[in-house]
Design a protein around this ligand. Sequence first.
Ligand code: COA
Length: 388
Amino acid sequence: MNPSPSSSSAQVHKGLEGITVSETRLSDVDGARCQLIYRGYSIDELVGKASYEEVSYLLLCGHLPTRQELQEWNAELASHRALEPEVLQAMSSLPLANNPMAYLRTVISLMGLRDPAAEQLDPPILRQQAIHLIAKTPTLIATFERLRRKRPMLGPRPTLSHAANFLYMLHGDDPSPSQTSALDAYFVLLAEHGFNASTFAARTTVATQSDLYSGIVAAIATLKGPLHGAANTKAMEMLMEIGAVEQVEPYVQKTLSDHKRFMGFGHRVYKGEDPRAKHLKRVAQELAGLNRAEARWFEISERLQEAVWKAKKLSINVDFYSASLLYYLGVPVDLFTPMFACARMAGWSAHILEQLADNRLIRPLALYVGPRDSTFVPLDQRPATPTT
Ligand code: COA
């Protein structure tokens, strides 16, 4: 059967490339100028000055908090950080050996199932649910790591910041100020990024008037892929495969001749370097300086950045230096993508609120290119083997 000629002259935009589907007040991903703005503030202004707590407030509430507002926000986050005993119990009965993103997706879904207000879409309730998930996700990830390593559980400490709490719960001791500020910068830089695939999935989900938890689950499921969030894990695996600075050139040549991709390079929107990358590079370099025995991961990264640019004029993206940065903080490589989810929880939630504040069902079209006018043949008259 031949595909029918299309009766429509519709132009197909594969991957929705270049299509503007909505307005947003949350961030401007300016591909031509390679700039990223959160609610009016360049990330160059925010990183190193505003904490993740302030940035999550900015995204969800629309302005930078006053001292009083920040104190209240921090207190709310602190009151939501611990996992309920029932969630902990359920977590220990789930499989721990598979993809941590699948685990995260499942536990967030369980949290939605347990929330009696999950189906309510009023903004104050949605904001509460957002705080709940922003606060709990780092605890969930650290707890997952402790469960699978059969280490004793550690709850959050009210005196520690969002970033410091995660490192404390993961490692069991107080992080240094430089480790805390490195993770805080990472969280700030990855908090929000326009209509990327996972955010779009979240907005599409809630645009059906489904609930916030379902939107976040859809976002996590979408972030999980290597062309999106899992590129940070793949980038670290690539650095480990290279292993030494002298191996960078041969690796680049082989990757090119095998027509494979360099993970952490290229971007759909940015025409040059991802504006987050230089900040992540600086932080990774600082951490490498404090960890001389492991300095090679930064050195390999820097050499690879140069070599790929020279060979293919490809720039690095957010995931490239995220890899060594998270590695230096002692985060296991397969937890890099859940760390991305931790940071993006603020952006996803803010987008869900924004979508529901001015909602319209998201329902694009597809151009049908299959056959038409096929004649139905009853089952008992069809040939035993399929005809092509
Ligand atoms: N390594 C090697 N080549 C790459 C590349 C990469 N990381 N990214 C893009 N290219 C090349 C493609 O091979 C293609 O070349 P061709 O036209 O000669 O075939 C061209 O650049 C366009 O690629 P395309 O996949 O159409 O671009 P896109 O806009 O759909 O892709 C990404 C964007 C992010 C999916 C892509 O750059 C990629 O796969 N990067 C690696 C994964 C990654 O780091 N993801 C995180 C994104 S933040």
